[in-house]
Every structure is written in structure tokens, then in C-alpha cells.
Design a protein around this ligand. Structure first.
Ligand code: NCD
Length: 314
């Protein structure tokens, strides 16, 4: 295995195909580790990882923690409600205090876009973005691409539909950058109020109806409506949304017969996805969650410098 390292992981924007491929290949290796009887390697022994989560999270936070433990890192969890941010401390002061504990890696989730980038300029730890506002969610896009690659063999030329609240979704943004770079044929669909302008310039096709987006697709990825990031209601109600944009069994027949159905979670059954589809044969939603651990192990390993494991294996 060739060692290469990432200084930080702030986003997928600007990441080249080689780097994405290397991360996905390394995740394959860690997936194999996760199937062993003893699911632990010493790669990050002596490395302190601080998980700084200032926004709710279930899957992302727990899979980062599992990934850190499997790499033998020391971990500290720091959340909004238990931290002094809730007492009015500025982000910069919190960052300086975190820095004083000399973490090697800081995994950050924050409701404001740009916070991981800001922290990367103010503290010396390697920063891993675990989702910042509307901006990016790079490890989610990597685990999504990993799941697609596992199921489809490669991403090149595959038709991928992403449906829902594209404007407010950091998952969509990171996937757009990654999938375009990997050569996928990307189609986005959502109500006009949830589709940002300028999508064509990014090399993707925008639709205002779900049907043309999912027709003959290899992958159908459904997104939650990010109500917490909307000023005003951008659609009449959940029932109406489901009627026009919900993924039903009937609509899924438009996609290729072996198409996979994805969702980053949390799912709103009966809003963006019918329960029968969420639990149906084509869904790989829990595979995505499982792959999240291996992909995050790969990312943590690479930002930690990549030294130990490659020394052992080369
Ligand atoms: C997403 C997130 O938080 O951006 N979830 C996740 O990390 N698995 C998507 C969402 O909240 O809808």
C-alpha cells in the first residue's frame, strides 16, 4: 500500500480522482479489518482525536467514534450542550482551548458553513469536517461513493439521481463534486424552490420532476427536506411533497431493475421515501451506514499521516 496523506478534510470540492480512489481503496482494506474477529489495528496508537460536535448527529458521530476506537486512537467527545459554547464563549476561544489540549485530529460538525475551514487556520490539529451547515459533508459523500462502487463496480458513466432538497443539503453538494469528478452521469431533481441556480455549470443535469431524473438510473439517492435550514416553508405540506417527489415502488420501476436506493439518513418515511422502498430489496441504506466506519477509518488514517500502517505492510 502506498502511503499518502491528507492535511485536512474540509470538503470534496477540488479533490482529484486519484485521491478519491485512494481513499475508497483504503476503505476497502479497513472493511476487511472490520470483518476480523479482532476488529482493531494499532495505526493511531498515541493519537488524540477530539470529536467536536456542535450539531445533532447519530450515524456520523457514532461511526467516527467506532472508527477511532478500531484504529486505537485516544478520543474525547465534546458536544454543544456540554461545552461552554452554550455559555457564550466564542468559537475562536473554544478553538484555542481545544488547541491547548494538543489534539492531533479534530473532527468537527457545526451548523455554520465554514467552521472547519476557520478552525484549520487557527489550530494546528488536522481537521476533519463531519458536516458544516449547507456547505459540505465530505465523509458522507465518500461513503456514498464507496457504497456505489461496491454495488456497481465503478462510477464512470453510471446514472446517479439525487432527489430532494438540493439547495440546503451538504450531502448533495459533496456528492456533486465527488460524482462529477468520478465521471458519473449526475441528475438532480427537486421542487424549484429547493434547486439552487447554476447546477448546469457544475456538469450535472437539473430536473423539476423526479421521473426524468430516475429513468434508467443505476442509483437513486433520496434526501431529507432540511426544515431546520429553511426560513419559510418552501413547499405546501409533506403529503403534497410525497405526491410529487416521494420515491414509491411504482416510480422506482422507472430506474434500472437492479438500481440501488440510497439515503444518508435520517429518513422521513412517507415524505421523501415510501416505507416499502425504504425496506425493499433494492435499498442499501444500512450498507451505507456500515461503510461509514471503514471510510472514516481511511480518512482518519490519512490525516494522521499514514505512517504506521504502511511501514508495517510495505
Ligand atoms: C445528513 C446530515 O447531517 O447532513 N445526515 C448524515 O450525516 N447522515 C443528512 C440529513 O441530515 O438529512
Amino acid at each position: 500500500m502506498t502511503a499518502f496523506s491528507l492535511p485536512h478534510l474540509i470538503g470534496i470540492e477540488g479533490m482529484d480522482r486519484d485521491t478519491i480512489t485512494k481513499i475508497l481503496d483504503l476503505a476497502d482494506h479497513f472493511k476487511e479489518v472490520n470483518q476480523r474477529a479482532v476488529k482493531k489495528v494499532p495505526a493511531l496508537r498515541g493519537v488524540l482525536v477530539v470529536n467536536f460536535f456542535v450539531e445533532n448527529s447519530t450515524r456520523t458521530r457514532s461511526s467516527f467514534e467506532i472508527a477511532e476506537k478500531r484504529l486505537s486512537a485516544d478520543t474525547l467527545n465534546f458536544s454543544a450542550s456540554s461545552s461552554s459554547l452554550a455559555k457564550g464563549e466564542t468559537l475562536r476561544d473554544t478553538a484555542r482551548n481545544l488547541q491547548a489540549m494538543s489534539p492531533d485530529i479534530l473532527v468537527v460538525r457545526h451548523g455554520a458553513a465554514g467552521v472547519p475551514g476557520f478552525l484549520s487556520r487557527h489550530i494546528s490539529a488536522a481537521i476533519v469536517n463531519a458536516g458544516d451547515g449547507w456547505h459540505e459533508h465530505p465523509t458522507q459523500a465518500l461513503l456514498d461513493m464507496h457504497t456505489m462502487r461496491e454495488n456497481l463496480g465503478s462510477l464512470e458513466g453510471k446514472k446517479v439521481a439525487i432527489v430532494g432538497d438540493i439547495t440546503h443539503s451538504r450531502v448533495a453538494r459533496s456528492n456533486i463534486f465527488g460524482l462529477v469528478t468520478m465521471g458519473a452521469d449526475l441528475h438532480l431533481a427537486g421542487p424549484a424552490t429547493m434547486m439552487p441556480p447554476g447546477l448546469d455549470e457544475l456538469g450535472v443535469k437539473a430536473h423539476h420532476r423526479i421521473e426524468p431524473a430516475i429513468e434508467d438510473a443505476d442509483v437513486v439517492m433520496m434526501l431529507r427536506i432540511q426544515k431546520e435550514r429553511m426560513g419559510n416553508d418552501l413547499f405546501p405540506n409533506d403529503r403534497e411533497y410525497f405526491k410529487y417527489f416521494g420515491l414509491t415502488e411504482e416510480r422506482l420501476k422507472l430506474a434500472k431493475p437492479n438500481a440501488i436506493v440510497m439515503h444518508p439518513g435520517p429518513m422521513n418515511r412517507g415524505v421523501e421515501i415510501a416505507p416499502e422502498v425504504a425496506d425493499g430489496d433494492q435499498n442499501v441504506i444500512l450498507e451505507q451506514v456500515g461503510n461509514g466506519v471503514a471510510v472514516r477509518m481511511a480518512v482518519l488514517y490519512l490525516v494522521a499521516g499514514g505512517g504506521l500502517l504502511s511501514q508495517k505492510e510495505e
